[in-house]
Ligand binder design. Structure first.
Ligand SMILES: *[C@@H]1O[C@H](CO)[C@@H](O)[C@H](O)[C@H]1NC(C)=O
Ligand SMILES: *[C@@H]1O[C@H](CO)[C@@H](O)[C@H](O)[C@H]1NC(C)=O
Length: 474
């Protein structure tokens, strides 16, 4: 009998891609007669995918194929807003994905297509799989909390006939069955409340319910309540918590810059440095940058600050005029204690013993990385589902200091951006850096649990085995 082939369809963008590739690697390690093919959908601008693909092909793995899927049309998606543009872009790849899957199902193809694992943002591929009778699984690179919210908002809309757009800008608190605490409407992902965006999210959630399983990049010991509630909900497909799926190998790009940062860290005392990093698209208005700068200066802690301009494009873009955007004399006064960088090698920094705290935008991957390395976080969400992640970390799990949980800022944001005062930021930085705090103890404990989950007989390891068996059998 032919070996089983499992096709992965990650969402475009480096962030989405690497976590799915890490999961795919586990599949081939687990069973020698399983092969994987990753379909790569690339944005028309650089998000670091090409360099990542190159590093993958520099280290070839058996039974592991990457295949770039070109779009079949590329007209400008005029009728779309920020939230729906993304799915329209994915839609443009449906024809070529269908053709590729069909080619892989020809009798002379060496493997048997056993299933499709698609990112939650690539749900149009669920229809392709259905049309071809290939079992589909959905993979969420974000946490169980986010998936829960999307499923719950859809249940409210479809089963309780509520209009969820009424929660936009509302002070309401929602009872969500997968959360221990009430969830403030203010932390719901903007896409869920935007008129067009919510239609898209609802459509996604309805499609999730049609799949064979929901795979989540989390582990039962982290989001215990959410994972257990999802696993025991018989109105949704089986849930598999298989994380953390992280790429913790040293990347082979920007070597001089990375070496320079690590050398700087090497000279700092144990757990003394506060690290500030806000993801690929994280940026702040200039007034806010000044407040952050003052907070860092007054806190007295050494700092490593990844400071980036507003940009929709290159993940390598940086400021060229730091003196103009920061308070007068700041760079000079902090030259002994602080270092400002553009793009940050986040894994290398978080794994460094000198780093004692992490001010983060709360992207899910950043949360998993900070947990994996046991670095306490202070939350400063900016966009996507980061506000919800921050709420989870602070309120549900008691594992982070809250600088804020409902801040919003990104390239497309049209609302008023509030400015958080330097005094508040300073006190929160002191809090996250505090020695022996409850949060630090908790993060240290969960660090051990994250590693156990992935080890032999750990919870995620067992779930992964179950998942592979289920895919092969279906
Ligand atoms: C490995 O995969 C093959 C299908 O390719 C399947 O027949 C076999 O049972 C799997 N082995 C384990 C240990 O799951
Ligand atoms: C995992 O479980 C199996 C079966 O119970 C046992 O034989 C094995 O020693 C365990 N491995 C570890 C590392 O605990």
């Amino acid at each position: 009998m032919k070996n089983a082939e499992i096709i992965f369809v990650p969402a475009p963008g480096r962030g989405h891609l690497i976590y799915m590739v890490e999961l795919a690697k586990l599949f081939i390690q687990r069973n020698e007669s399983v092969s994987v093919t990753i379909f790569i959908i690339k944005f028309p601008f650089d998000t670091g995918v090409s360099s990542y693909m190159k590093s993958l092909s520099n280290h070839p793995m058996p039974r592991f194929t990457i295949l770039e899927i070109p779009p079949s049309y590329s007209e400008l998606y005029k009728s779309h807003n920020f939230h729906t543009l993304f799915s329209a872009f994915i839609e443009g790849h449906v024809t070529n994905v269908r053709d590729q899957v069909m080619a892989m199902r020809q009798p002379d193809y060496p493997t048997r297509v056993a299933g499709l694992v698609v990112d939650i943002f690539c749900v149009s591929m669920i229809d392709v799989a259905k049309e071809l009778s290939v079992p589909t699984y959905v993979y969420s690179a974000s946490g169980a909390g986010f998936l829960s919210i999307v499923l719950h908002l859809q249940a409210m809309t479809d089963f309780q006939e509520e209009d969820i757009s009424e929660y936009e800008n509302s002070d309401a608190q929602l009872s969500v069955p997968y959360f221990r605490n009430q969830v403030p409407a203010k932390v719901l992902p903007a896409i869920c409340l935007d008129k067009a965006g919510s239609q898209l999210m609802l459509l996604c959630a309805r499609k999730f319910r049609e799949t064979k399983g929901l795979i989540i990049n989390t582990f039962a010991e982290l989001e215990t309540y959410a994972v257990e509630s999802l696993m025991t909900d018989n109105k949704i497909p089986p849930v598999y918590a298989v994380g953390p799926n992280l790429d913790i190998s040293a990347g082979d790009e920007d070597c001089d810059e990375v070496a320079d940062i690590l050398k700087w860290l090497d000279e700092k005392p144990l757990s003394s440095v506060v690290f500030l990093c806000f993801g690929s698209f994280g940026s702040f208005p200039q007034d806010q940058l000044k407040e952050i700068a003052l907070a860092l200066e007054h806190s007295g802690h050494p700092f490593l600050w990844s400071l980036r301009p507003v940009s929709t494009e290159s993940h390598l873009k940086k400021y060229t005029d730091l003196d103009e955007i920061l308070p007068p004399g700041f760079l000079e006064r902090t030259s002994g204690t602080g270092k400002i960088i553009g793009w940050a090698p986040q894994v290398a920094v978080l794994s460094h013993p000198a780093v004692g705290g992490f001010v983060s935008h709360c992207g899910w991957n950043s949360i998993l990385e900070s947990v994996w390395f046991g670095v306490p976080m202070a939350t400063w969400p900016l966009y996507a589902e980061q506000q919800l992640n921050a709420f989870e970390m602070v309120n549900e799990l008691g594992m982070a200091v809250d600088i804020c949980i409902d801040y919003e800022h990104h390239v497309f944001y049209k609302g008023e951006v509030k400015i958080i005062d330097s005094k508040i930021v300073e006190s929160k930085i002191r809090e996250v850096m505090e020695d022996g705090s409850d949060i630090r103890k908790k993060v240290t404990e969960i660090k051990g649990k994250s590693r156990n989950a992935m080890a032999e007989n750990g919870s995620s390891c067992i779930n992964l085995g179950r998942l592979i068996e289920d895919i092969i059998a279906s």
